[in-house]
Design a protein. Structure first.
Ligand code: NAD
Ligand code: IPM
Ligand code: MN
Length: 359
């Protein structure tokens, strides 16, 4: 029997609530597909700070590095917002992405037809939306140096640096074109090349790599226009490739095309061990209430089976199960509309796990 070791890092806020539902789904998958899944739980973020004083303990690093894939809930929350910047919960997430060399973050925004009324946009605008955001994840302004808050001429100055090396752009470009080849063969590269030199280089390298992928259509868009176009007519996009920070922002916007931030899964790949997490955060405003939407996390498990375990049939099954549950009218609060049945986080997890077993 195939065996996979999964590092499970629930984290903070709604993290533990949604990860619990993803584990139910993994249990169902294990039974249905006859694979053995071994879970190794680790502390990260605020939960780790509370326990060990730091957000990313050595023990967690060891758990991660001895796993085949990592599942993360979310990190952060108001309780830890005033800590020294170097030990904030979010630093753990950035450290983990770097440790895993997870430079390519795939964030699919696909609308389930059943959720057409959950979006705040008109049905004809969102029907059929299927965008893959390919976000560069281990470089750019998130990691560039110099960074920090310094004294300068009698006042403080805050500095971050947007920095890309050629090879960093080249490898994310390749991922985007490869992904596009398996989809609708269109890549939109989003930059700010009218103002920022780092993205002038970005655009040049994207053009260069494109020469190897002439079967894929390429266009460039400035980020401000892209933000507007995503809301105006999202169906013009197939694959969006962009920098770390632009991808962070645009993927939250894309999430709302699908009804809720709670719908968008992600895969962070590039290294030996893949990292899988919903794109949303720890949602402190709804934590502990059993109302969070676990579907983003559950669908991240689907991506794990495709990208880390080469079992795309599992992703298909999870997707089908989610669709089945939505078709029966079950909704968590964030996607609930008239005529549908409101369920809790736990109930949604149970329903999807049961649906998988019934497939
Ligand atoms: P957030 O994504 O946590 O929440 C934004 C809004 O979306 C909130 O109103 C929240 O209730 C809602 N929401 C998010 N996920 C949901 C879900 N699954 N179901 C229903 N509603 C959901 O962003 P924020 O409020 O800006 O940040 C809160 C904390 O999370 C911060 O500490 C931030 O740094 C952290 N964060 C962590 C990650 C991560 O771990 N990957 C990602 C983003 C933010
Ligand atoms: C995300 C989050 C993170 C990011 C934060 C929490 C570090 O917003 O995963 O989208 O900005 O990458
Ligand atoms: Mn984000």
């Amino acid at each position: 029997m195939k065996t996979f070791k999964i590092a499970v890092l629930p984290g903070d806020g709604i993290g533990p609530e949604i990860v619990k539902q993803a584990v139910k789904v993994m249990d169902a998958v294990s039974e249905k597909f006859n694979v053995k899944l071994e879970y190794n739980y680790g502390l990260i973020g605020g939960a780790a700070i509370d326990e060990c004083g730091i957000p990313f303990p050595e023990e967690t690093k060891e758990i991660i590095l001895s796993s085949d894939a990592v599942l993360l809930g979310a990190v952060g929350g108001p309780k830890w917002d005033n800590l020294d910047f170097s030990i904030r919960p979010e630093r753990a997430l950035l450290g983990m992405r770097k440790l895993l060399n997870a430079f390519a973050n795939l964030r699919p925004a696909k609308l389930y037809d059943e959720l057409i009324d959950a979006s705040t946009l008109r049905p004809e605008v969102v029907r059929g939306v299927d965008i893959m955001v390919v976000r560069e994840l281990t470089s750019g302004i998130y990691f560039g140096i110099p960074r920090g808050i310094f004294e300068d001429d009698g006042e403080k100055v805050g500095i971050n640096t947007l920095r890309y090396r050629e090879h960093e752009v080249e490898r994310i470009a390749r991922v985007a074109f490869e992904v596009a080849r398996k989809r609708n063969k269109k890549v939109t590269s989003v930059d700010k090349a009218n103002v920022l030199e780092a993205t002038v280089l970005w655009r040049e390298v994207i053009e260069e790599v494109h020469k190897e992928y002439e079967d894929v259509e390429l266009n460039h868009m400035y980020v401000d226009n892209a933000a507007m176009q995503i809301i105006r007519w999202p169906k013009q996009f197939d694959v969006i490739v962009t920098t770390n920070i632009f991808g962070d922002i645009l993927s939250d916007a894309c999430a709302m095309l699908t009804g809720s931030l709670g719908m968008l899964p992600s895969a962070s790949i590039g290294g030996k061990i893949g990292l899988y997490e919903p794109i949303h955060g720890s949602a402190p405003d709804i934590a502990g209430q059993n109302i969070a939407n676990p579907i983003a996390t559950i669908n991240s498990i689907g991506m794990m089976f495709t990208y880390s375990f080469d079992m795309p049939e599992v992703e298909k099954a999870i997707d089908e199960a989610v669709k089945g549950v939505l078709a029966k009218g079950y909704r968590t609060k964030d996607i609930c509309s008239e005529g549908t049945k409101l369920v809790s986080t736990e109930e949604m997890g149970d329903l999807i796990a049961e649906e998988i077993k019934k497939l």
